[in-house]
Design a protein around this ligand. Structure first.
Ligand code: BG6
Length: 512
């Protein structure tokens, strides 16, 4: 029997009203992010009737090209990267709203041209002067663009007109650079104008973590140190460094994944219920989680954090070269492609409950999940029976590729003898909801236009996240050996990560 939603059809973003009138300005309009994700996401929003009919779009890039040539590049992006069949009418209507401004992001002249273009687009479509600037550029361009936007008066809000800036990741490379980027942005913009992206917050399964926890009376009473034994958060990837060697070799798995994506999953799992669903209330609770995470001493880094790099191997049947042999990666690179850690959150809810986090490239499988392991039932009831061990009670929130919530518990095996086995109760999204294919950016762009910052990151908690990671970076830099372990591509990760849990008498769930 196919499961049905208990309350009728589910509400999705498609049920929302069209976003308010505005112009979206995409800096880096010719880049990978814009072509692969932003343009297809804008198309999806258009196809679902979620864009205003008073919308304009201006792409800014270094390439000198007339509007028509820019429209051709967008047409090609839709052909190559749309998530669904493209309806020509919808696409052409969207393309008719597209314009291009060429120029260097550091050149004030670019912003004079942009100002003229914005006035023209506002007049043509009646955008009310509202602008969403989207910085889909390398991070080095964030501060110069914002400085120039400010200097040319483009960030000024008056008479109900709004001006907002969406900033992509990575937001800093350590605590000091994150602080200085925040300071730079805040000299020009007010916090309510800054939308710091973490694309994990655009994933439905990630947004559902708060709903699963706080819209149900069932889980929350158990969600604490009295009942939870430990939590495992895994972001396993099969992809290797691919063509991103230059960026990745200077970055590593810790900076690339932990203070952003893994910490978002951690915060949503560990936070207290906010007083309401308002952005500030949610951000405040997330910030408290990061503030409460125990800061490692250098000695604790050595025993609680594992870093490793993949060697040659086979991933899902295909041979993969060692990380050091990848394009733009140093032959003697000591950059980690895998990181695992054991964190403690020093607050009343979580004192003493380990949170194990791990992420790695070129692992055996792609799997992102949060597994909440509950304490065992007391044994005495089953003394003097053939029952030797009970399966763990685990609630698994599957983020990708399996979008599911699974509860593992014990059941009696039918038959005259008392035998017990672990069984699973599974809620798969696809059985309940028929969501249209999406890039994951639709909600984020829509929220940016609608002025909802809930699924974006606030300055203080970005810094609080980096403050947790900074002692790890410091310890790695200071230690004579940086403790780099190895794992073959296509494996579960390094043995040292298994040892991290084995010391506590626990095991990782398989990445499979
Ligand atoms: C990015 C990282 O932010 O997230 C990549 O820079 C990583 O290295 C990617 O592969 C993972 O995103 P997703 O949505 O594929 O899990």
């Amino acid at each position: 029997m196919r499961a049905q939603p208990c309350l009728g059809p589910a509400t999705t973003v498609a049920d929302a009203a069209p976003a308010p009138p505005c112009t979206i300005v995409i800096f880096g309009a010719a880049g990978d992010l814009a072509r692969r994700l932003l343009i297809p996401a804008l198309y999806n929003l258009a196809a679902r009737g979620l864009l205003s009919d008073r919308l304009g779009i201006v792409g800014v890039s270094r390439n000198v090209m007339p509007d028509e040539a820019f429209r051709d590049t967008v047409r090609a992006a839709l052909r190559n990267f749309a998530t669904d069949a493209v309806e020509p009418d919808v696409a052409e209507a969207l393309l008719g709203r597209l314009f291009h401004v060429a120029g260097d992001f550091a050149d004030p002249e670019t912003y004079r041209r942009l100002t003229d273009r914005l006035a023209d687009v506002a007049g043509r479509f009646g955008t009310d002067g509202n602008v969403l600037f989207y910085l889909a550029t390398p991070p080095a361009a964030f501060a110069p663009i914002v400085r120039n936007l400010g200097a040319s008066g483009l960030t000024r809000e008056k008479g109900g007109v709004w001006r907002r800036v969406v900033v992509e990741k990575p937001f800093g490379t350590d605590l000091a650079s994150a602080r200085s980027l925040n300071a730079e942005l805040q000299t020009v913009l007010d916090e309510h104008q800054i939308y710091r992206i973490d694309h994990y917050l655009g994933k439905e399964t990630v947004q559902n973590i708060m709903v699963a926890r706080f819209a149900n009376g069932l889980f929350e009473p158990l969600w604490n140190r009295n009942h939870v034994d430990h939590v495992q958060i895994t972001v396993g990837e099969t992809v290797s460094v691919e063509r991103r060697g230059r960026f990745y070799d200077a970055t590593g798995a810790l900076r690339d994944m932990v203070p952003n994506h893994l910490f978002q999953l951690l915060a949503l799992t560990a936070m207290e219920p906010p007083t309401c669903f308002d952005a500030d209330a949610v951000h405040t609770e997330k910030a408290k989680v990061f503030d409460a995470i125990h800061r490692f001493t250098p000695e604790e880094v050595a025993t609680n954090v594992v870093r490793a790099q993949y060697g040659a191997g086979t991933v899902t049947g295909k041979p993969v070269a060692a990380y050091r042999e990848s394009l733009d990666v140093a032959a003697d690179s000591r950059t980690e492609t895998f990181v695992a850690m054991r964190l403690l959150i020093d607050n009343w809810r979580w004192a003493g409950v380990p949170f194990y986090l791990r992420t790695g490239k070129s692992l055996a499988a792609r799997r992102t999940e949060i597994a909440v392991g509950f304490k065992q039932a007391p044994y005495p009831l089953f003394r003097n029976t053939p029952v030797e061990r009970l399966a763990d009670n685990v609630l698994v929130i599957g983020v990708q590729p399996d979008e599911a919530i699974t509860l593992q518990f014990n059941a009696k095996v039918p038959g005259p003898r008392l035998r017990i086995d672990g069984v699973r109760m599974v809620m798969e999204y696809k059985d309940y909801f028929r969501a249209a294919p999406s890039t994951g950016y639709e909600t984020l762009i829509y929220d940016g236009m609608a002025g909802d910052q809930t699924q974006f990151q606030r300055a203080d908690y970005v810094e609080a996240g980096w403050a947790v990671v900074q002692p790890i970076l410091d310890a790695w830099r200071a230690r004579s050996g940086d403790g780099l372990a190895a794992y073959p591509a296509g494996s579960q990760g390094p043995r040292e990560a298994d040892d991290l849990l084995a010391r506590d008498g626990r095991r990782w769930r398989p990445v499979s």
